[in-house]
Design a protein around this ligand. Sequence first.
Ligand code: HEM
Length: 458
Amino acid sequence: MITFPENVQTSYKLPPQATEPRWYQTARAIIQPIENLDWHQKKYGDIFISRFAGFPTQVIISNPQAIQELFTADAKLFESGSGNKVIQPLVGTNSLILLDGDRHLQQRKLLMPPFHGERMKAYGNLICEIANQITSQWQVGQSFIARPNMQEISLKVILSAVFGLKEGERYQKIQQILVEMLDTFNAPLSVVFLFFQSLQRDLGAWSPWGKFIRRRQQLDELIYQEIRERRHQADSPGEDIMSLLLSARDENGQPMSDEELRDELMTMLFAGHETTAIALAWALYWIHYVPEVREKLLQELNSVDISSADPTTIAQLPYLNAVCSETLRIYPIVFFSLPRILQAPMQLMGYDLPKGMTISACIYLTHHRPDIYPEPQRFRPERFLERQFSPYEFVPFGGGNRRCLGMAFALFEMKLVLTTILSHYSLELLEKAPIKPVRRGIVFTPAGGVHLMVKDKF
Ligand code: HEM
């Protein structure tokens, strides 16, 4: 039975709902996420109601027209931040992801500029330098796991571009603690700590949540130290995003508080580095899993003088762009958009959705529609050269007023890191069987992390 969010009249025509018990739906969503989604899609179609323990009843959509309505509706029709409490332990209450209404809009305006245009281009050389620095340790004959290696790159990129941190003791400590903290959610089942607030209890330094809390405290101390030091150096701001936020003032001329700054920095760290690292690990997997893709990509890269090319020229290479898009299509890093909670009743695909109902676009199911993406299970970058997909058909970064803040940054980073690797190394995929995504916290990552070997170094 559905528990209605408000006093819903029985005359409402609701979408079909999964009838399995809530605990069963939750367990399948955690353990067999893809099979579960495919099964629901087959049984109920483009719109259905799903129920997960610890979450309100959700309407899941995978129809581009419905997604367009969701992403283009008046922003006041939905709240989203209040539906994201699950990540509050990581990012704090002032995080953009948890805000709604005017405060959300105001923070987005403040955070947007550094992720676009000229400002972002300045990060191009930094990204290539970091990718070169990390990969220069690879030796011929050595095997490695792509995900943690790519995470080292993306974490360093965020710490340098967003925090403006220089190599040193604090940098090393932040890096180490953050990786340990995110590893709390390494096993698919560990996500229950985020889903169920009742499990978020500090039962001592050795209990999973206790460990997480202690690491977070250590990390907070380091971030607050950095903020305090940087406030004192305000007369010589850097190019990084923290410098920009330190000098920002609201309409009353007030700067951001230390807590607000900490929460936004944690948001960018949390939302930005693991997602990009996973996307890179998948891209390396697919490029080496489908030999024709690697060949075509190398051909394109060889047509440019990589050592002297402007990073923005590299970012415009069409086949490289298609490979990155197809990587994000076939196994999106995030399977759902942020939830949208209706503030007034809405009609969607002929159904009546009451106020209080939560709607989420299912990115995975949308990207696997055979009517938009023929042979959806096949990795075929050419589809992105043959056709332009609408922003409601191709949605790896969500859309509307909550669209991923770091979209341009993440794509730029993916392209530059892949180019740096492919132009210096010949790699071999060591995986024998096809890899499937598994849950890691709230993102989906290649099972086993993608094992590769260095065949040659140029
Ligand atoms: C491949 C990498 C990435 C993927 C696949 C990804 C995906 C997403 C998705 C699906 C959303 C939800 C959008 C919606 O509900 O409409 C989102 C939101 C967000 N992302 Fe990303 N993201 C990536 C990288 C980044 C980076 C590099 C940053 C920042 C440095 C970032 C910061 C954010 C923030 C702050 C939000 C919340 C926006 C809001 O609530 O207004 N992401 N991302």
